[in-house]
Design a protein around this ligand. Structure first.
Ligand SMILES: Cc1cc2nc3c(=O)[nH]c(=O)nc-3n(C[C@H](O)[C@H](O)[C@H](O)COP(=O)(O)OP(=O)(O)OC[C@H]3O[C@@H](n4cnc5c(N)ncnc54)[C@H](O)[C@@H]3O)c2cc1C
Length: 418
């Protein structure tokens, strides 16, 4: 068997979208993933395809994180630690939580939003993927009138990029959808976005790949990157010792990309932000669309006859035991907004990691110091949404097509990231 032209490490949404776009262009692709099942963040997330979303580095976000640091039930929690990597990351994150940086990010994210939903819709339709996709927008559900005013202002700030929002009163909301409780003062409807079953999307994509000649090997752990004497990346080494050679390696291994990049001497500083979901069956009134409960940061998404509640952001090293109180906080956080939550039975519980860079933007581009290596990670809480456009960017770069997205803010070398 000849060498595959491109090896992709990671069968999450980013790796699979990259593989799909490359394979459609006739590139020989192999995707390697350490998990034998589909259980990554790409499958367990909230399923909000929220285009035009702001990055994590919002003005005030770092101070809020600091305030919540000592309350492990709060929506955002940082496990106190003196790890130099964490302290450096926190300081860099804090420096990026300002208006100028947010504006700069949004110039790129705003454009990516329109392109990613187009890529998604083309992919779903071409491959007939049944993933409960609905272009129904998402709701920012709000209890407090003052929060409603601020959220409406935030929604309007997206108008120059073409994103529409609609302010809906509590009474109108309940007239449209009986699932919402009287306590909800109103909502901001992000009209252009969509909801989806992320696990079904990922499986659908994985099923589509062989039709274009791509291969997926599951249950295969990559232990390091292989380089030749000149420093070019020429493949990957598996934990079994097998070497899989390639002209180009795409590192799309979510939070684990940092460790693997380190094996080639490349620094991709990220922190894992763990989130959870609980899936409820038997909720008496399922909402028609999905959204976020503003004050508790819990996302909700009706999936068939079940309701997925997802959220919490816990910055702590990977592999620590789950925190039951954070799972419970999802249900408690939904009670005030939605009817019938207490009648729901949990059919699934899950936790997974968002890969978070310190400047809030993903890393998408060739690692300049190591020819043959492409990095696509760091999508934090927007990876499902940015996955399809990231896939197109990976394929365009590797196939030498022109690229219209700002490489400086996304590139693998960003001097101000540390
Ligand atoms: C609770 C929660 C809710 C979220 N909600 C949303 C949402 O509504 N909308 C949205 O856009 N985003 C959301 N996100 C974020 C989104 O899920 C992530 O940004 C996205 O899934 C990251 O995708 P990825 O492909 O980069 O990484 P992953 O999904 O983590 O995939 C990486 C893959 O690499 C594999 N891998 C790792 N190391 C190795 C190795 N050494 N060898 C081989 N394989 C390896 C892993 O097994 C995994 O399958 C949410 C995240 C969480 C946790």
């Amino acid at each position: 068997m000849g060498s595959p032209r491109t090896v992709i490490v990671g069968a999450g949404i980013v790796g699979l979208c990259g593989a799909y776009e490359l394979a459609k262009r006739g590139v020989d692709v192999v995707v390697l993933d350490q998990s034998a099942t589909f259980d990554s963040a790409s499958c367990g997330n909230a399923g909000l395809f929220s285009i035009g979303h702001y990055p994590l580095t919002r003005p005030g976000a770092s101070w809020r994180g600091l305030r919540w640091m000592f309350n492990s039930s709060s929506p955002l929690w940082i496990r106190p630690s003196l790890s130099p990597d964490l302290l450096r990351w926190l300081w860099t994150f804090h420096r990026h939580c300002n208006d100028a940086h947010t504006e700069r990010c949004m110039r790129t994210l705003g454009a990516m939003g329109w392109r990613t939903i187009q890529a998604l819709e083309e992919m779903i339709s071409a491959e007939s993927i049944n993933c409960l996709y609905r272009r129904s927008g998402w709701m920012d559900l709000i209890l407090d009138e003052a929060n409603l005013d601020a959220a409406a202002r935030e929604g309007r700030s997206l108008a120059p990029m073409g994103y529409r929002t609609d302010r809906i009163s509590g009474a109108e909301l309940r007239r449209r959808d009986g699932a919402y409780r009287d306590e909800v003062a109103g909502a901001i409807h992000y009209v252009d976005s969509a909801i989806i079953h992320p696990g079904q999307l990922v499986r659908g994509l994985a099923d589509a790949l062989p039709r274009y000649g791509a291969t997926i090997r599951k249950g295969v752990t990559v232990s390091g990157l292989e380089r030749d004497g000149a420093g070019k990346c020429v493949g990957v080494r598996l934990s079994t010792g097998e070497v899989v050679r390639a002209e180009t390696v795409v590192l799309a291994a979510g939070i684990w990309s940092s460790e693997l990049a380190k094996s080639a001497g490349i620094s991709v500083p990220m922190q894992p932000a763990r989130g959870y979901h609980v899936q409820l069956e038997g909720v008496s009134q399922l909402p028609v669309t999905g959204g976020v409960m503003h004050e508790t940061f819990v996302a909700y998404n009706p999936m068939g006859n079940q309701l997925r509640l997802a959220g919490t952001l816990e910055i702590a090293p990977t592999g620590r035991p789950w925190m039951r109180r954070r799972l419970n906080a999802l249900v408690a956080g939904a009670r005030k907004y939605l009817h019938g939550i207490d009648g729901g039975r949990a059919t699934a519980e899950w936790a997974g990691y968002r890969p978070c860079t310190a400047d809030g933007m993903p890393v998408i581009g060739f690692a300049r110091s190591t020819p043959g290596l492409y990095i696509a990670t760091g999508h934090a809480m927007m990876g499902l949404m940015l996955g399809p456009i990231t896939g197109r960017m990976i394929a365009a770069d590797i196939c030498g097509e022109s690229q219209s997205i700002d490489p400086e803010i996304l590139g693998a070398v960003r001097p101000d990231r540390r």
